[in-house]
Design a protein around this ligand. Structure first.
Ligand SMILES: [Zn+2]
Length: 509
């Protein structure tokens, strides 16, 4: 039985509830003006008032749009992902990644032990977080929890329309409070695993934070997450209410634009929340890095240094933003490395900048979110799913309501679907990311023509960050956004062979 058929079934519990409530409205201050406006609007969209069957065509259109957008996404990824980052033949064949060539037995053992210590909190935290949001979103518990925190646990009074008898009546503050309560709850549930992880980082000397500093970071991160979710959900519910039947169009367009906006403002709005940045000081390193960028034809006016050392001993560099917010950032922990190694790292970042990897990733992500919004429409207009989530599919008889999906108590369901979608898409994102990272490595090698320094830098990165030297297939799927150190080193040896330059010898000789 299709969802639409289920919705038409008069015996279905949700339809029954909707009937009772509409009847109540008529008994009250007659039929509310708002409801007639909503019907009027639905009629002006060229169809009957929002009812069981009237969602069939919008759902069909959403399904077609989702299929088109995901097909486009797949085609874009298939065509633009650098599946072969080092094109051309490699004389003598490809070098095999082998940690034993370049890492001492002690380094390999330390990496294994660190991975073994981090794996339990990582998996336990992931499973706990997912289980919690799925239970809240896919059972009536989430809707009840939201009812509780928005003061609307009691049954809505017939004359109060959408709003519960007590507590907040307007949908917007209810969405904001529901979002806050759920993000805090999820963060608190993840806290023990975060503490566990931080304890491991300390034991291995990777964390330089005190517990209060760590806690402040957690609060800041929670704040950023909340602001992003709150803005996104306010816009989503506004669109659902404004366009009760075809809200997937607004949600897809809005989601697309929001992803681009967030990525653009991220370097200036979010990064300063966690780190202070200053320009790399005048000197030979800065001069050589800017000269390398110029040689590469990438316009770089400044190289920024982040005060990462107040949090970690690990080494990193990254590119973020695009257009006027694009920046190349080095961790201050990296500046103690020999300048040639820093050049090797910056060469990699210039590869990202030159190929506009951040902008490309943003556009691809935005396309994915647009497709996901069409899927969200299909799911959020499924009476079966709404009932499962404890939300009346008939929806509140409020102004410009988009049926059940417009009920702020469905926030838990939305977050559960977002979490599931994010988790399902992670392996694809990581797969594509690893190829893009490999292409940036090739760019660094082309630019510096110094595979030996590249190998020593990758060795230093892996040892200092205690990277997993040979992640298992599940870890690769879930978490590996970069090739493992030995793979990056093997590719540098391939590059050397392909370019007829001396192949970097094993570091363990
Ligand atoms: Zn990179």
């Amino acid at each position: 039985m299709s969802e639409a058929q289920a919705d038409e079934d008069p015996a279905a519990p949700g339809s029954g509830r909707r009937e009772r409530r509409s009847a109540g409205s008529r008994d009250g201050r007659a039929r509310s003006e708002e409801q007639s406006q909503s019907d009027e609007q639905a009629r002006s969209e060229g169809c009957a008032p929002l009812s069981a069957g009237s969602l069939r065509r919008p759902r069909m259109a959403a399904a077609v749009a989702a299929a088109v957008l995901f097909a486009a996404l797949g085609a874009v990824l298939a065509v633009t992902t650098p599946w072969d980052p080092l094109p051309g033949p490699v004389p003598g064949g490809h070098a095999e990644p082998d940690p034993a060539l370049d890492f001492s037995p002690a380094e390999i053992a330390r990496s294994r032990a660190f991975d073994a210590a981090l794996t339990p909190p990582a998996y336990a935290g992931l499973v706990t977080g997912l289980a919690l949001i799925l239970v809240l979103g896919l059972t009536p518990l989430g809707a009840r929890f939201i009812g509780l925190v928005t003061g609307g646990a009691r049954r809505p009074h017939p004359s109060s329309g959408n709003a519960p008898r007590r507590g907040l009546r307007h949908w917007a503050p209810r969405v904001l409070i529901a979002t806050a309560a759920l993000t805090v709850l999820l963060r608190v549930a993840g806290l023990p695993f975060g503490i566990w992880r931080e304890t491991v980082l300390r034991r291995y000397g990777l964390s330089t934070q005190s517990w209060p500093e760590w806690l402040v970071d957690q609060l800041k991160s929670l704040g950023v997450t909340y602001v992003v979710y709150a803005v996104a959900l306010l816009l989503l519910y506004a669109v659902v209410r404004r366009f009760p039947r075809y809200w997937w169009t607004g949600a897809a367009a809005g989601g697309f634009l929001l992803v681009i906006l967030v990525s653009f403002v991220y370097p200036i709005a979010v990064e300063p929340v966690f780190n202070r940045f200053h320009s790399l000081q005048e000197g030979p390193l800065r001069t050589s890095l800017l000269a390398m960028a110029e040689r590469d034809g990438v316009p770089v006016e400044d190289v920024l240094v982040a005060d990462a050392s107040r949090r970690t001993t690990s080494l990193n560099a990254y590119v973020s933003g695009f257009g006027s917010t694009r920046r190349i950032v080095l961790y201050d922990t990296l500046l103690k490395s020999p300048p040639a190694r820093v050049e090797s790292i910056v060469g990699h970042e210039l590869g990202h900048a030159k190929r506009n990897d951040v902008l490309w990733g943003t556009l691809v992500g935005a396309l994915g979110v647009a497709g996901a919004m069409c899927l969200l429409h299909l799911l959020m207009t499924s009476p079966r799913l709404l009932r499962r989530a404890g939300v009346d599919p008939g929806g509140p008889p409020g102004r410009r309501s988009g049926a059940g999906a417009a009920d702020p108590r469905s926030v838990a369901l939305v977050l559960a679907l977002v979490a599931a979608g994010t988790q399902i898409s992670a392996p694809v994102q990581n797969l594509v990311s690893r190829r893009i990272e490999a292409r940036a490595d090739v760019h660094a090698l082309n630019l510096t023509r110094d595979p030996a320094t590249f190998v020593s830098m990758q060795h230093e990165l892996s040892v200092r960050n205690i990277s997993d030297l040979s992640p298992d297939p599940v870890e690769r799927l879930l978490w590996s956004s970069h090739p493992a150190g030995p793979e990056r080193i093997a590719m540098a040896r391939d590059w050397a062979r392909a370019h007829g330059t001396p192949e970097p010898p094993p570091l363990r000789d």
